[in-house]
Design a protein around this ligand. Structure first.
Ligand code: ATP
Ligand code: MG
Length: 395
């Protein structure tokens, strides 16, 4: 008889009539994520999603690790299966939770019974299993009010299950349940974290990278592909858009005042991202901008940058300290790649004295010599698409 994995839903439990929709998204995201680990049956009952292996060769450790990064799950646990008799359940609890029982000073047993034909009530079964555990571990006291350890027993149709405290899940909402957005992904520390944060709110991400070859080399592109691939653990499979940006940057260098190079370049990023978003039914643009971090991230600069798109621009990191961003980057496994040396198109043709408080009128005038529509069209036509499947984690 196989162990199963139980996923405890996060904010989904607060949903009303549309709860089923969120639950289905969670189940299908979980199914896709653990497909590399074997064949599983996934279903939801009373705000718990059950993941049952369909054969003995399923990789349960791998599946459990992979499910820790599925958004919409607030906590998860592995449960051991046994025969549906009180004796077998008690024996399984003693064997499976022995270490946890020895480590705890007090415990209680909680039973859920979906098989109502089981000969004992939930309370009777809790008392019976509790008694057997107390005999087996005499140093661990019974405390039904404030126990250190709660032993869970579930009597279901096919088998009974025992498990202890769950581990934290990824939290958030199932990816895809809150629409989709274009996320601007550079090779830096911030933008992978901003993509992660917005995916956590249930948004499917389309990552876009602006690439100015040969000013930014093949290594810079590979780095962004690696970052996007890392993000698939959280965001699910994605298609990275690599936008050729060289001609636009050279045009800006040749035809615009130097103090405006960066702000004009960022407006092109927004225009192209806006176009990709509309072509793909996305509702927003996402950047890793952070108030005051660099000259292009003053309030005025951000206002002038976003004015060329009518979509909302989401900036999940706007109020974070660098330290907080770095902590998250380490947690999601992008930091080590982000700090590899590289050039970004932002660092090509950097003005010596960037305009810190650009106005919309001055910036429009500064870019007046450019054929904006033609440049956007040319860049969009040259997009290279990179398909990114979810990686199998090695445990
Ligand atoms: P990051 O660490 O994300 O690179 P940053 O602090 O270096 O951020 P900027 O280079 O000014 O800041 O970029 C601000 C945001 O603009 C980035 O977080 C990202 O969303 C977007 N961006 C910058 N360069 C690129 C690029 N080459 N391709 C796609 N998006 C980019
Ligand atoms: Mg950058």
């Amino acid at each position: 008889m196989n162990d199963i994995i139980l996923l405890k839903q996060g904010e989904i439990v607060l949903k009303g009539l549309n709860k089923k929709y969120f639950e289905q998204k969670l189940a299908s995201n979980a199914a896709r994520r653990i497909k590399p680990y074997g064949s599983f049956h996934i279903y939801t009952i009373q705000s718990t999603t059950y993941v049952e292996p369909q054969s003995d060769d399923c990789d349960m450790d791998g599946a459990f690790e992979a499910l820790k990064t599925v958004f919409g799950v607030i906590a998860l646990t592995r449960a051991a299966a046994c025969e549906k008799t009180p004796e077998a359940i008690a024996a399984k609890a003693i064997d499976y939770l022995g270490d946890a029982m020895r480590a705890a000073r007090s415990f209680k047993v909680e039973t859920r019974r979906s098989d109502k034909s089981f000969p004992m009530t939930s309370i009777q079964l809790s008392q019976y299993v509790g008694g057997e555990l107390a005999d087996a571990f005499p140093d661990t006291a019974v405390d039904v009010h404030d126990p250190e350890l709660t032993v869970h027993v579930e009597v279901r149709d096919l088998a009974a299950y025992v498990h202890s405290a769950p581990v934290p899940g990824a939290g958030g909402m199932p990816v895809g349940s809150n629409g989709s957005a274009v996320t601007l992904l550079s090779g830096g520390i911030d933008s992978p974290v901003s993509s992660y944060m917005i995916a956590k709110r249930g948004v499917r991400c389309i990552p876009v990278h602006f690439w100015a070859f040969p000013y930014t080399g093949e290594a810079a592109k590979e780095k962004v592909i690696t970052l996007a691939r890392r993000l698939t653990a959280y965001c699910g499979r994605m298609r990275l858009c690599v936008v050729p940006f060289t001609h636009i940057q050279e045009e800006i260098r040749d035809k615009c005042p130097e103090a405006y190079f960066t702000i004009i370049m960022r407006r092109f990023m927004m225009r192209i991202a806006d176009r990709i978003a509309r072509d793909n039914g996305c509702g927003a643009l996402v950047t890793g901008e952070n108030l005051g971090q660099v000259a292009s991230q003053t309030m005025q600069a951000m206002g002038v940058t976003e004015a060329v798109s009518s979509l909302p621009v989401l900036r999940p990191l706007i109020g974070f300290d660098k330290e907080e961003i770095v902590r998250l980057a380490r947690k999601i496994g992008t930091f080590e790649t982000s700090i590899l040396p590289y050039e970004d198109c932002c660092t090509v043709f950097t003005p010596r004295h960037p305009e810190l408080r650009p106005t919309a009128e001055e910036t429009a005038e500064a870019e007046a010599a450019l054929d904006v529509d033609a440049l956007v069209e040319e860049a969009v036509m040259g997009i290279e698409y990179v398909k990114l499947e979810v990686e199998r984690l090695e445990c």
